[in-house]
Write a protein that binds this ligand. Structure first.
Ligand SMILES: Nc1ncnc2c1ncn2[C@@H]1O[C@H](COP(=O)(O)OP(=O)(O)O)[C@@H](O)[C@H]1O
Ligand SMILES: [Mg+2]
Ligand SMILES: [Zn+2]
Length: 452
């Protein structure tokens, strides 16, 4: 059993946070003033299902209705094991239609075995309009022994007519402190050894969801040998430590391409290119307002734009490493050749997609009427992927293709006839090299790199 399921609270006292909801539900049970239609809303993994089940136990426990279900009687046990015939859980995301609501209405006519028949409807906002209309009638006059607990992550999608029939509870995402405490409790019970830093990193990454936090804790305990440390959680979550970015940016600002690039290669031994790039974006974003950073604001904006470009390039590329090479070079070059006067021009002209031409075909090549890549995709999707990632220009009867690696070039050579047919040419020139407009924009970076 997963940790998240194993540590699902069975009584109100064990539910973390959600104090207001707990209080109202417990009071209702103890006074015997039972609401017949409740709505639990809030993001995933914060206790909606958990509280619904505990409330159902409170209703049906042999000692009940009570805010302290015994957990030992037949009814409590059946509910804990998910076997109670009186507590019916329905996922509205996969049972959206009016026929599903009709089925509930059929069943409702039969008396419960215990005290109440409880319907827990998850993701209720997914119901169709028809289904909602039909449900509305039941909500207006439910049998006295029926309780509906509707749960949703998106309450705005529920029709107002339905909302007005419900007693509404907004459940809150958990704070980092609450999550850390719960993780500590679970680790202690499980004999998992974990540092405070690791706990904090997991809690911060869980965006308020205790379920997500427990899933991450479980992963970390499998990932780490012995004590789970901050470093291991960083690796697992793909959080590149901030000091690595800081020193990378120093190289960039000195225009030291060789060192900057080597640093990235070191980092990407431990982290994926995607993690590196999105972390870089976050790093530069944070430093936009860093007063101790002695570069002009405009330059920070440009660096941010370049980091965002890198993130996009890497996400879309088949060969992220050639983009890293290009994008890091671009960042290093900018500081050396661009002055502030050129910045606005630069921002305006910055290409966000690969350059379209190589070597320099005439500007007015007519656009081809068909979509050659689409045509190739039908026969060979991988090839189409390589081509859409390449720089392609057509001049007269020749297709110029610039690709990032020899492997890709060979793949294209293997399928030359298909390429020729799709583009309607009889020659194909393939060149392996870095994206070409680099030099146009920033000068001879490659020579620099070779001579460094
Ligand atoms: N408030 C909470 N207190 C303690 N554990 C919780 C809480 N919320 C979520 N959890 C943990 O996350 C798991 C999933 O919670 P659940 O109630 O199903 O979330 P949802 O809000 O998505 O219905 C539980 O089994 C439990 O381990
Ligand atoms: Mg749920
Ligand atoms: Zn009981």
């Amino acid at each position: 059993m997963s940790l998240a399921n194993k540590y699902r609270p069975k009584v109100f006292e064990d539910v973390v946070g959600q104090r207001f909801v707990k209080k109202v539900l417990m009071k209702a049970l103890d006074r015997g003033e039972i609401p017949h239609a409740l709505l639990f809303s809030g993001p995933r993994g914060i206790g909606k299902t958990t509280l619904a089940r505990i409330f159902a136990k409170g209703l049906n426990c042999e000692l009940g209705p009570t805010s302290k279900p015994c957990g030992k009687c037949r009814f409590c046990k059946e509910i804990d094991e998910g076997k109670s015939v009186d507590v019916i859980e329905i996922d509205a995301a996969s049972n959206r239609g009016i026929e599903n609501v009709r089925e509930i209405q059929e069943q409702i006519r039969y008396m419960p075995v215990a005290r109440y028949k409880v319907y827990i409807v998850d993701e209720v906002h997914m119901l169709t309009t028809e289904a909602f209309n039909s449900l509305l009638k039941t909500l207006e006059e439910p049998p006295s022994y029926v309780v509906f607990i509707l749960a949703t992550t998106d309450p705005h999608k529920i029709p107002a007519t339905v909302l007005s029939r419900l007693q509404k509870f907004n459940l809150k995402p958990h704070g980092v402190g609450d999550i850390v405490e719960r993780l500590k409790y679970v680790s202690a019970k499980e004999g998992i050894s974990i540092t405070d830093e690791a706990l904090r990193l997991i809690a911060e990454r869980s965006s308020g969801s205790l379920r997500d936090a427990l899933v991450l804790l479980e992963q970390a305990s499998i990932y780490a040998d012995g004590t789970i440390t901050g470093r291991e959680v960083e690796e697992m979550l793909g959080v590149v430590p901030d000091n690595l970015y800081a020193s990378f940016m120093e190289d960039v600002l000195r225009g030291d391409f060789k060192r900057a690039y080597e640093k990235v290669m070191d980092i990407t031994e431990r982290f994926s290119p995607q993690d590196f790039a999105s972390g870089l974006v976050r790093h530069v974003e944070r430093r936009l307002t860093d007063e101790s950073w002695d570069i002009p604001f405009e330059e920070r904006v440009i660096l941010l734009k370049m980091a965002l470009d890198m993130e996009t390039h890497i996400r879309q590329a088949y060969d992220p490493y050639s983009w890293i090479y290009y994008d890091v070079a671009r960042m290093c070059a900018f500081k050396r050749v661009i002055n502030l006067d050129e910045i606005s021009r630069f921002l305006g002209s910055l290409p966000s997609s690969p350059p379209q031409k190589f070597p320099s075909p005439s500007e007015n090549t007519p656009p081809s009427p068909v979509d050659p890549i689409g045509e190739i995709e039908r026969e060979n999707p991988t090839l189409a992927g390589y081509l859409s990632d390449a720089t392609i220009a057509k001049e007269d009867d020749t297709l110029y293709v610039s690709v990032s690696s020899a492997t890709v070039a060979n793949r294209i050579r293997d399928n030359l006839e298909l390429v020729k047919k799709a583009y309607g040419v009889s020659h194909v020139e393939i060149k392996v090299g870095r994206k070409e407009n680099l030099r146009d924009l920033f000068g001879e970076i490659k020579e620099d790199w070779d001579s460094a």
